[in-house]
Design a protein around this ligand. Structure first.
Ligand SMILES: [Mg+2]
Length: 409
């Protein structure tokens, strides 16, 4: 069966954000470091160094809890443009080895090296060369798992961390997985883990021994998937990366707010970020969606379909503003988070309208602003409506520093 002869690699950078921070500041080496924000703020741990993990810290944990467990840790806001840059270089190195590359998030990827070995030698040697190049060129260690499926490769890279390489030979998948705790299996989240433990199942081997029907009864389709995984079976194909189906930007406020000028200014800023990405990707959108999360965590989204696909900041903002005003009219409660997104994306061709030339003019203006911002900084040129943001958000090298780190650019 050709399926079983697959050679799949899962390559994952170790403690990625923290590792990039350590390249920028070597004094952080050997110390517990947390990226995600300051402990006084809301938010969660985005990445923790292995020294911090020894105290029980992990990604996704609220910062306040992380601080309680390890007050001596160094808490960093994060420098997302640098992470993106390191990620691009990392993916570039992997792309030199094979075009069969499926990125997973910012710091990991699956590679398909099936049929590679007669020409390039054993996959494990190729993996070692890959590790060496990554370490030489971006000064970060990677861990690599090799197996006959994505699932096995992923679990193997996890087990190899940090700075390791682990290959699971054909036929030994089940043996490799059996002694591991069930949480190591992809698809077994916290909830599923709890239910399985309640059933007396703690290892992947015990999970594999359960009748498939029992798992299907308790978890539906997911039960079938995890049972097959436990047996070492995963037929998932390679998915070449696809263009995004939507683009959105959102941010949580430091304090919940019901101040209309401030909400509008933030919406305008987020619309500009969405529009800039549309123009950069040479795409237009037909649908605009507003997202609001109220102080009580209730989250609502509202959408509007446009008459004509757009990439113009003003058009995106106008649609978002209409949705915002309608929402606030219906419910006057403090807002915790605001976001705007676009979907129903199409290519860049624009139908010229004889009657209304203003979108065309706006688009030209947007492109000029894009160029200026690329050259100087985001705040180098601003619309009057967003000027008040300068008083609310701190700036760093001419860019806003928002609570949502990815938006601080
Ligand atoms: Mg990683």
């Amino acid at each position: 069966m050709c399926d079983k002869e697959r050679k799949i690699l899962h390559v994952d950078l170790d403690a990625f954000f923290v590792s990039v921070e350590r390249v920028l500041n070597p004094q952080l080496r050997g110390k517990p470091v947390v990226v995600g924000g300051e402990p006084g703020l809301r938010g969660v741990v985005a990445s923790a160094s292995y020294e911090a993990r020894a105290y029980g810290l992990c990604a996704g944990m609220p910062l306040t809890q992380a601080y309680r467990l390890c007050p001596q840790a160094i808490f960093l806001k994060g420098s997302f443009p640098r992470y993106r840059e390191a990620s691009e270089r990392f993916m570039g190195i992997l792309g030199d080895f094979t075009p069969y590359l499926e990125p997973v998030g910012i710091d990991g990827a699956y590679l398909d090296l099936t049929g590679f070995e007669p020409l390039y030698g054993p996959a494990s040697e190729t993996a070692l060369r890959m590790k060496k190049r990554i370490e030489n060129e971006i000064k970060i260690t990677a861990s690599i798992g090799i197996g006959t499926s994505k699932m096995v490769a992923k679990v193997a890279s996890d087990m190899a961390k940090p700075d390791g390489l682990l290959e699971v030979p054909l036929g030994e998948e089940r043996l490799f997985l059996a002694p591991l705790p069930i949480a190591k299996l992809p698809c077994v989240g916290r909830k599923t883990e709890k239910v399985l433990k309640g059933m007396g199942v703690t290892t992947i081997g015990e999970l594999a021994d359960l009748p498939a029907s029992l798992l299907r009864g308790s978890f539906g389709i997911l039960g079938e998937v995890i049972h097959r995984y436990a047996l070492g079976i995963d037929d998932r194909k390679f998915e070449p990366p696809q263009a995004a189906k939507s683009i959105s930007r959102e941010t949580t406020f430091i304090e919940d707010t019901l101040d209309p000028p401030f909400l509008k200014a933030t919406l305008r800023y987020l619309s500009e970020r969405v529009g800039a990405e549309l123009r950069r990707d040479r795409r237009r959108a037909r649908c605009v969606t507003l997202k609001l999360r109220y102080a009580d965590f209730d989250t609502v989204t509202r959408s509007r379909t446009l008459r004509e696909a757009t990439n113009v900041d003003q058009v995106i903002f106008d649609a978002g503003l209409e949705l915002l005003e309608r929402s606030l009219g219906q419910r006057r409660q403090r807002v915790r988070l605001i976001g705007i997104g676009v979907s129903s994306l199409v290519g860049d061709e624009r139908q010229l309208s004889f009657w209304d030339t203003s979108p065309e003019l706006w688009e030209r203006l947007d492109r000029v602003i894009d160029r200026l911002r690329k050259k100087y900084s985001f705040t180098a040129i601003q619309r009057g409506q967003t000027l008040l943001l300068k008083e609310v958000f701190p700036t760093e090298r001419g860019d806003y520093v928002l609570k949502t780190p990815a938006l601080s650019r």
